[in-house]
Ligand binder design. Structure first.
Ligand SMILES: [Zn+2]
Length: 277
């Protein structure tokens, strides 16, 4: 009798676990995991194709997304259908940062062309939708360190409002090895004005990760990278107050919260319970 009820409870937990993964609130800057109906194809969000992991679509929500109803589009047979979901509110906190290098707050006119060109180049890479890559092992954190700034902070540099923080800042000693979060191809390895020495890793299907402020790049454009491979070293190049890794995750063209993204991806791909990474 006792045995039966224990079995019943563990069966119930096993049934509820996948639901828990789906119950993470959908917020601006978060992700939405949608089990794709059988036979459905061409799932898109805001006119962009979205990532497919196992039997689900994994969609990046822009931080500028209005709360309330949002919709995905998809094809089923000859029909064009839409699926509505709700984006909940999330209050991101403010972060005030003092920079002694004024050129990083208000760049000199001579640098504006360079900054504009770099921004166009990065946007094009973020909007790339490459062939699927094996992400069966999910994502792992690129390094162990102290998280000094969360995704989404509304930022002020020397009192002047700037865009919300588009990634995670992880502080570590200069020279600490940075590793690839997942299998990928390097699509950018360059020194950028704000981001310093930077790498873009394309993980296929519109999933791109960016690693900034590196002191050294250990890989080059076109390289095929496996998860955990050494790709660079922590530094403070570009707009940085000290050595740290700025790590961004971009999904269907939107920079999303790396922590929420990893929860969703790893719930779909691997059992991370035994792995503190
Ligand atoms: Zn940062």
């Amino acid at each position: 009798m006792m045995q039966t009820s224990i079995q019943a409870v563990s069966t119930l937990i096993a049934l509820l676990l996948p639901l828990l993964a789906f119950s993470v609130p959908v917020v601006p800057g978060g992700v939405y995991l949608w089990p794709i109906p059988e036979g459905a194809s061409q799932v898109s969000f805001q006119n962009k194709p979205v990532m497919r992991v196992a039997d689900a679509a994994l969609i990046g929500i822009p931080i500028s997304q209005a709360t309330g109803a949002a919709a995905l589009n998809y094809r089923l047979g000859s029909q064009q259908l839409s699926h509505e979901f709700i984006v909940m509110d999330k209050a991101y906190t403010e972060q005030h940062i003092t920079l002694t290098n004024k050129a990083m707050v208000n760049p000199p006119p001579a640098s504006l062309d360079r900054i504009r060109e770099e921004s166009v180049r990065q946007r094009a890479l973020y909007n790339t939708f490459a062939d699927p890559v094996d992400l069966g092992a999910g994502f792992k954190m690129p390094l162990h360190g102290i998280t000094t700034s969360l995704y989404g902070h509304r930022r002020f540099f020397n009192g002047e409002p700037r865009s919300p923080h588009s990634g995670l800042d992880i502080a570590a000693d200069r020279g600490t090895i940075v590793r690839a979060a997942g299998n990928a191809t390097i699509t950018l390895a360059d020194n950028l004005y704000f981001n310093g020495n930077t790498l873009f890793l394309d993980h296929g299907q519109g999933l791109i990760t960016m690693y900034c402020h590196l002191s050294e790049l250990l890989v080059d454009v076109g390289d095929s990278i496996i998860q955990g491979q050494e790709i660079g070293k922590v530094g403070a190049t570009g707009r940085a107050t000290g050595p740290h890794l700025h790590w961004s995750v971009s999904l269907n063209g939107n920079r999303v919260d790396p922590e929420l993204f990893m929860q969703a991806l790893n719930a779909q791909t691997v059992d991370t319970a035994a792995d503190p990474n």
